[in-house]
Ligand binder design. Structure first.
Ligand code: NDP
Length: 449
């Protein structure tokens, strides 16, 4: 662990005391504060007026009961959350996650990360995150719809296009957003398209939003590789997960000439010596909604399914963790380094443990942290809000061109900031400092609120 600056240590101790047991939140805060010592040394005024303490405390946290009726007529209860973390730069913006592991600490860590990511994107959006411990796996379409409607029946009063604008995340894709937006529209009697992003194209969605996080991460890593005169062409890549982020990361890498050798879900991973057949993954995950083990069964020769185990044991040049937090441990990082990986691009939020990040950096592996590399999703959400506000819709090409240029901008901002603060090539430091400065400047301008 890096020693914290003496002005930052008390702020971190207070976060731990006040949010007891919320380990992911402590981890996310610690990682940002570890980067800020150099900023406070240069600009001590950023530690005035309890700015650091305020930035670590969410503006508002909402926890609510979500009752719904399953297909057997039984009443089920879940817990809903929305953490409205920071609105210094714009309305709260961040996804909604449905997964049994969701609790207030997970949502808080995601909201905290989101605040800096959104700042880094250069768009006028604040940070927030929400979700529920509802497990969508194995639920019928009717159950998903009733759950989404009940969730929104409470949450709608806290949202608004100028207040808080959710999107998808784990377990929440186009179908769920449709059901939630439908219920919001019904309850408010307003077609307020800008209140949700990730909407379907027929009712106000943006082209390329579905692809944006995965494509964006690939663009970021492409820029990072280019700094060392390399590219994806001919590289072997491993992408964890088989959801929204993973699928479109694989698609973009393939278009850049890379080969995907493995992908996964929470039960296990598949290795395909001939390169993953993405059309088959899409069919299994997006259409049939089945497990990734089906891939090996349907593909036959050359494809293997490994239950459990670590996908990071598969040798590769580039690793793109795109499933969930802390999925890539110190042990996994050592294995990737041993197998000669040159770059890591985080599609998921905080997928690498702190130990894993240190191992990559010490070994000279180029490392793109999620809050920079996966910002393409939220940036394209902001483009969706722009289109909604002007009642316009852009073409796929136009939107993707904006995304590519935003990702180049984020990459360059991280790289330049890292140089400026004496740590060239340290994208973690560059992302944390560049994101922090935007939020801090805005908070200072707005006064103690
Ligand atoms: P999806 O629900 O579409 O896919 C998630 C994938 O990760 C699934 O394959 C899932 O497998 C796997 N997964 C989930 N939890 C675990 C776990 N505990 N262990 C192993 N595998 C797991 O979600 P997204 O693709 O949207 O999100 C993936 C990550 O990217 C998350 O960290 C999210 O916060 C982040 N992200 C997403 C953005 C977006 O635009 N969607 C934007 C920025 C970041 P299974 O089906 O078995 O659960």
């Amino acid at each position: 662990m890096i020693q914290l600056d003496e002005k930052l240590e008390p702020a971190f101790d207070e976060v731990v005391r006040r949010n007891a047991g919320e380990l992911e939140f402590h981890q996310a805060v610690r990682e940002v504060l570890e980067s800020l010592g150099r900023v406070i040394a240069k600009r001590p005024e950023y530690a005035d007026d309890a700015l650091i303490e305020r930035i670590c405390e969410p503006e508002r946290q909402i926890i609510f009961r979500v009752p719904w009726v399953d297909d057997q007529g039984r009443v089920q209860i879940n817990r809903g959350f929305r953490v409205q973390f920071n609105s210094a730069l714009g309305p709260y913006k961040g996804g909604i996650r449905f997964h049994p592991s969701v609790n207030v600490g997970i949502i808080k860590f995601l909201g905290f990360e989101q605040t800096f990511k959104n700042a880094l994107s250069g768009m006028p959006i604040g940070g927030g995150k929400g979700g529920s411990d509802f497990n969508p796996r194995g639920r019928s379409n009717g159950e998903i719809m009733r759950f989404c409607q009940s969730f929104m029946t409470e949450l709608h009063r806290h949202l608004g296009e100028h207040t808080d604008v959710p999107a998808g995340d784990i377990g929440v894709g186009g179908r769920e957003i449709g059901y939630m937006f439908g219920q919001y529209k019904r309850l408010t009697n307003r077609f307020e398209a800008g209140v949700f992003t990730g909407k379907g194209l027929l009712y106000g969605g943006s082209c390329a939003r579905t692809e944006a996080t995965g494509y964006g991460n690939t663009y970021f890593v492409q820029s990072m590789l280019a700094m060392r005169g390399q590219s994806f062409d001919g590289k072997k890549c491993v992408v964890s997960g088989a959801g929204n982020v993973a699928i479109y990361t694989m698609e973009k890498i393939q278009s850049f000439g890379g080969t995907i050798v493995a992908c996964s879900d929470s039960n296990g991973y598949v290795v395909d010596e001939n390169g993953i057949d993405l059309a088959l993954v899409k069919e299994i995950k997006e259409v049939r909604r089945e497990r990734i083990s089906e891939y090996a069964r349907m593909k036959g020769a050359g494809a293997h399914y490994i239950e459990k185990g670590s996908i990071w044991d598969v040798p590769c040049d580039v690793a793109m963790p795109s499933a969930t937090q802390n999925e890539l441990t110190g042990r996994d990082a050592r294995m990737l380094v041993k197998n000669g990986a040159v770059a890591v691009g985080e599609g998921a939020n905080m997928p690498s443990t702190s130990e894993a990040i240190r191992i990559f950096q010490d070994a000279g592996v180029m490392f793109a942290p999620g809050k920079a590399a996966n910002a393409g999703g939220v940036a394209t959400s902001a483009l969706e809000m722009q289109q909604n506000a002007s009642r316009d819709s852009w073409t796929f090409e136009q939107t993707e061109a904006r995304l590519a240029s935003i990702m180049r901008g984020i990459h360059d901002r991280c790289a330049t900031t890292a140089d400026e603060y004496g740590a060239p090539g340290d994208y973690v430091l560059g992302a944390n400092i560049a994101g922090f400065i935007r939020v801090a400047e805005s908070m200072r301008a707005l006064g103690v609120i």
